[in-house]
Design a protein around this ligand. Sequence first.
Ligand code: ZN
Length: 308
Amino acid sequence: MEPIFLKPVFKQMIWGGSRLKEFGYEIPGDDTGECWAISAHPNGDGTVAGGSYDGMKLSELWDTHRELFGNAEGDRYPLLIKLIDAKADLSIQVHPNDEYAKKNENGSLGKTECWYIVDCDEGAQIVIGHHAKTHDEVKDMIENKRWSDFIRVIPIHKGDFFQINPGTVHAIKGGTLILETQQNSDITYRVYDYDRLSNGKPRELHVEKSIDVIEAPFVPYEVSAKTEQGEGYERQNLITCPVYSVDKLTIHGKAVFHQDKPFLNVSILDGEGTIDGREIKKGDHFILPAGYGEYALDGNMMIITSNI
Ligand code: ZN
């Protein structure tokens, strides 16, 4: 049994930058917004790099070797892990839940996602939630374009974490580098785009659907400060929700773990070291398959893991 390393897919975006180079990647341009690190989505299906499944797409591996994923159910790999480098503000969005997406978006999944702030500029901010007290107030504030009353903007710092449940208004602002763990879905409703023009026209908004799905009032998610400490490591559970569990793992020395999940997504966000003697470094992403069992991480590394 071996770790399954993936070759990321890069996306150029009008709001993208060049900071993904810091992970050792050869990026396609200075407007690279996203690195789809662990993805089986048709818009960016990752390729296995090396090992027994070299060259296979992750979607193909999911379809033909489900045993690697603990025979988990579902017609698609359930999670999508991205690094996002925002040089400029992204439009303000909201995602539907599974039930709404199934009914209104051709059976698609809804989307729950979460953000770990890998790095950000001094004084950086993020949009999470809104200030409306009721759903009627949400409708009124949006329809009357009361954006400064409506949108909740808060300061951020390196290491912050945000859970974005369906129905949560959210947007990354410029100067932010994040790791996103999300349900494998692309359904997004754009609420507001700061009245910007692209090619002389405002971008399409999805006002009615946004009003349908935005939850009120907004309730912020609080991360538990509790960490588990063991020999050579420290682990903090950032979130456990119905679609995923996400953990932050800090390795200092040699630490031994047991992979007992259907599969484990692993992203090295800082430092270098080894997994079972094999070299790994910042910017590497891999999956530990079902039944991998005991594994040793050695070095000085900051890692984000996720599992279903
Ligand atoms: Zn989103």
